[in-house]
Design a protein around this ligand. Structure first.
Ligand code: GDP
Ligand code: MN
Length: 403
């Protein structure tokens, strides 16, 4: 699960990481109020207004409607509501959102930490993530902060320092010093960075995250080390241990069909193609997507209805697939292992009749226990449903349906 920058900064603060302070706002008026509050609390008179979406590249990204960037500076309190208005409610397009962009519902009003006239604000890159291949956590650090880290990794990989941490032992103080040293820091800034790294690692571990990325980490001219941005991936499988973190979920950032599928216990991922598919088992679902491609179609989704497909799950799956306007045909591919094919066939017929008015052709391939009985039920239903037992036949039917 992903969370917003302002939420990630709250977590960091709780663990003692120094951050660029700020408050979230949903309206221009609220933006002014929180800027006023920041002024009182921090003395800042310049503010940064930051669109809160689950994607990076906001600084360079543009709001379609107003042409404002997703991160802008306001040099007085009066500029804040006006500049916030140009971002709120708009669609922000960045290199990470795709051309359709993402709607901005909230902005973070933060203190400007790049002090005016600051001769040497220096940006660094710092992240903690899981190295699955090594079975370790890894801290990645670079002097090339504020840039696209993928680009740094590709063009100048020697500029990324990696420090692997055995999760059973935890971060050793010498390791944090090694990272700060690799960033060529000295004196107070060095000490602050060592502290920053320790607290960041603690935030990562205690939230069961799979990634905590701070880009940029800022060194101010008075040698403070601050988190200016924060991107976090929480491990979904560990969320049951963190009720407070699970509550940070922002459904408006997720695909509505994926949210609906999750509520019905279905494993659904929306794709761009024209053939909807409903399968039991993730492996079979992958193979089915290959078959769709081989027969000249493009999968519209990945959908695993689970091992025990029944009328309810089939119906929920149908409804979700049918909401996708790109779908021109649906391929149902069920292996009757635990569940019998005749039961699935009855489920399909029942769900079809219940939904009614299905315009796209449906191809049902049932294989395994009672496959023949299942096929018979489908054929005799009188509905616009074709059955196939062999995968090859199913592929041919899909091809016919698309022709
Ligand atoms: P991203 O573009 O989505 O990664 O958003 P960031 O939070 O990283 O912000 C983008 C850029 O805005 C940063 O790299 C900084 O250069 C700039 N920025 C962020 N905070 C401040 C600030 O307090 N003052 C100034 N002048 N620039 C800032
Ligand atoms: Mn950033």
């Amino acid at each position: 699960m992903n969370i917003h920058e302002y939420q990630a900064k709250e977590i960091l603060k709780k663990h003692g990481v120094k951050v660029q302070e700020g408050y979230v706002a949903e309206t221009a008026e609220e933006a002014r109020q929180v800027a006023q509050k920041l002024n009182t609390e921090t003395g800042t008179s310049w503010y940064v207004i930051k669109a809160q979406i689950h994607a990076g590249g906001r600084g360079k990204g543009k709001i379609q409607q107003t042409n404002s960037n997703g991160v802008v500076l306001a040099k007085s309190l009066d500029e804040v509501p006006e500049k916030a208005k140009n971002i709120l409610g708009g669609t922000l397009v960045t290199h990470q959102t795709g051309p359709e962009g993402k709607k901005v519902n909230k902005v973070l009003i933060a203190q400007d930490v790049y002090y005016p006239g600051d001769s040497e604000p220096k940006e660094y890159y710092l992240s903690v993530l899981l190295d699955r291949a090594k079975g370790c956590n890894v801290i990645m650090a670079s002097t090339e902060g504020g840039m696209d880290i993928e680009e740094v990794a590709e063009k100048t990989p020697e500029k990324i320092h990696k420090e692997w941490i055995d999760p059973a032992i935890g971060l050793q103080p010498f390791q944090a010093r090694k990272v700060a040293f690799a960033l060529r820091l000295e004196g107070k800034a060095f000490k602050e960075m060592v502290k920053f790294i320790g607290s960041l690692y603690e935030a990562y571990v205690s939230t069961d995250s799979s990634m905590f990325e701070i880009n940029p980490v800022l060194k101010t001219s008075d040698d403070q080390i601050l988190a200016v941005d924060a991107k976090v991936n929480l491990d979904d499988n560990a969320l049951f241990r963190h009720k407070d973190l699970a509550d940070l979920r922002d459904l408006s950032e997720e695909d509505p069909l994926e949210v609906e599928a999750g509520e019905s216990g279905l494993n659904y991922v929306k794709l761009d193609g024209n053939v909807g598919c409903m399968v039991n088992g993730a492996g079979l679902a992958m193979a089915t997507m290959d078959i769709i491609k081989l027969s000249g179609g493009e999968p519209a989704n990945f959908l695993d209805v689970g091992g025990s497909a029944n009328a309810q799950t089939v119906e929920a799956g149908f409804r979700i697939i049918l909401k996708d306007p790109n779908v021109k045909a649906i391929l149902i591919n069920i292996f009757g292992g635990i569940v019998r094919c005749d039961r699935v066939a009855n489920g399909v017929v029942e769900a079809y009749k219940k939904i009614g008015d299905i315009k796209v052709p449906i191809i049902v391939r049932l294989q395994g226990t009672n496959a023949e009985e299942g096929a018979k039920i489908i054929e005799e239903s009188g509905l616009k449903v074709k059955s196939a037992i062999l995968l090859k036949d199913a592929a041919e039917r899909v091809e016919e349906a698309l022709a």
